[in-house]
Design a binder for this molecule. Structure first.
Ligand code: GAL
Length: 467
């Protein structure tokens, strides 16, 4: 239940002369009632799936651990001596942590991209590390190879009771097609990994492969295939993949569609198009509780996002589309829902370089969407302003843990894209936003979305059974 700006009309209450009507007493009584009502709403809220009141102030040990605010201080390294040639080649020394992060030769390289020795290796875990996520470390699959599922998303398949992680398989050389072009890896395809515990991942292979020879094919290796997302269609029994398709210079701005009978592929590539006739770059899919699925994509030169429902088969968009976050220049959308409210995390548009994430909220998925601020908590200021040196790609619901999600982001390594890392962190929706919007008289309209920094963290013990 939410409070709307009902108090706006207060100024129209009339006091007639002769009657002892104190405007301020009336006003303060109404404000008092609203405060109490507001407090009540945020403490006790109807917990729809279970019925009964659900205590929002969560004392639960599990959530306390996830919500711990962990500081992290990375010191700038002392200035290093550089040869005259190096100075000439690249006159400016990195002066900020972001520049340091982007500098291949940085002394801090191991902080942002730790080596193989510290990799998360579920098959050789010592016990102390079992089920722990270490954001930014290498993460190995069950065969001991680094997971290749960048810009990815996860499908929880009801039929096999498995999680499937799909993403860009980037295990090739990084190069620049043009001097000023973005760093790239030729398209290899979409990688798929399966897991029961969200920690141990088995490589299911490339489920949609690049086209080696046919230059006119969307999946031709010199093109771009990014941010694949898969949802299941109950009506057709098909697994449907949508992805960003482009040419080397990102001028085509298309979405591609592929389908499969199995979550592990092979996916059959159908076609690409500009949805609703508009450019489409970074994109995601969201399947709502009623089975209606939506496509969200950056459009109009990435200056705004568009959102619209897919048709019943999930194979195309419908005519309906809304422009959202107009003029805000956001990309990398990751959408999720909690207690009937829609949330989205996006990034700014700075290519492979990290920037500040923003959370947005809406009562209706088609908008209006409101920006509620930077969700990142902990680390340090630079961490928070760079989304922990990463970019959003997906938010995975954990229905077993009320109000908890996994925030999935990519720590891109533009010098060697195949060595980009995964930053998975706990995301919680709880409590009111800390900066209430100006026009709502200080009453928070939305819950706070928080992504907590942890150097190392795990889901609660036997989290799949907690409910
Ligand atoms: C980012 C985008 C990535 C990739 C990159 C290329 O803005 O989110 O998915 O396209 O640009 O520079």
């Amino acid at each position: 239940m939410r409070l709307k700006n009902k108090s706006r009309n207060l100024t129209t209450i009339r006091c007639y002369p002769g009657r002892r009507c104190s405007f301020s007493v009336l006003l303060w009584s109404i404000v008092g009632c609203l405060v109490l009502l507001n407090l009540y709403c945020f403490i006790f809220e109807k917990d729809a799936p279970h019925g009964g009141a659900h205590l929002r102030i969560n004392q639960h040990q599990h959530f306390r651990e996830l919500e711990e605010v962990e500081e992290d201080n990375i010191q700038m390294p002392p200035p290093r001596k550089r040869s005259a040639r190096a100075v000439k080649r690249k006159p400016k020394r990195p002066t900020t942590l972001i520049e340091e992060f982007l500098d291949e030769a940085s002394q801090l390289r191991h902080v942002f991209f730790p080596g193989l020795r510290t990799a998360i290796d579920p098959c050789r875990s010592s016990g102390n590390d079992t089920y722990y996520y270490y954001p930014g470390r290498m993460w190995l699959d069950t065969e001991g190879n680094p997971i290749q599922a960048h810009g990815g998303g996860i499908l929880h398949d009801q039929r096999t009771k498995m999680y499937y992680w799909y993403g860009e398989y980037k295990d090739g050389p990084t190069y620049h097609a043009h001097k000023k072009g973005a760093a790239r890896v030729d398209v290899i395809g979409v990688g798929c990994y399966s897991s029961k515990d969200l920690w141990t991942w088995k490589n299911e292979g490339i489920v949609l492969a690049a086209e080696e020879h046919n230059e006119t094919h969307d999946l031709y290796k010199l093109n771009v295939l990014e941010r694949p997302k898969v949802i299941y269609n109950e009506k057709t029994g098909k697994y449907v993949m949508w992805m960003h398709i482009d040419d080397t210079n990102y001028t085509k701005a298309l979405t591609g569609v592929a389908i499969s009978d199995l979550p592990t592929g092979p996916f059959n590539y159908l076609y690409s198009k500009r949805p609703h006739g508009y450019e489409s770059r970074d994109m995601t899919l969201f399947k709502d509780d009623d089975g209606v699925a939506y496509l969200v994509y950056s459009s109009e030169d990435n200056s705004e996002l568009h959102i619209g429902p897919l048709n019943e088969e999930y194979m195309d968009v419908t005519q309906s589309m809304r422009r959202i976050l107009v003029g805000q220049h956001r990309e990398a959308p990751a959408l999720f829902k909690h207690e009937g409210t829609y949330y989205m995390i996006t990034s700014g548009c700075t290519g492979w370089a990290p920037n500040e994430a923003l959370a947005h909220a809406a009562e209706s998925i088609m908008g209006p969407w409101e920006t509620i601020g930077n969700p990142c908590i902990g680390g340090n200021k630079v961490f928070r302003e760079t989304t922990f040196f990463a970019q959003s790609t997906f938010v995975l619901p954990l229905p077993e843990l009320h109000g908890s999600f996994i925030f999935m982001a990519d720590r891109w390594n533009p010098a060697d894209l195949k060595d980009s890392r995964y930053v998975w962190l706990p995301l919680r929706v709880s409590g009111p936003v800390d900066h209430p919007l100006e026009y709502n008289f200080g009453f928070p309209l939305w819950s706070r979305v928080s992504v907590y920094w942890h150097k190392r963290w795990r889901l609660p013990y036997r989290w799949q059974e907690i409910n």
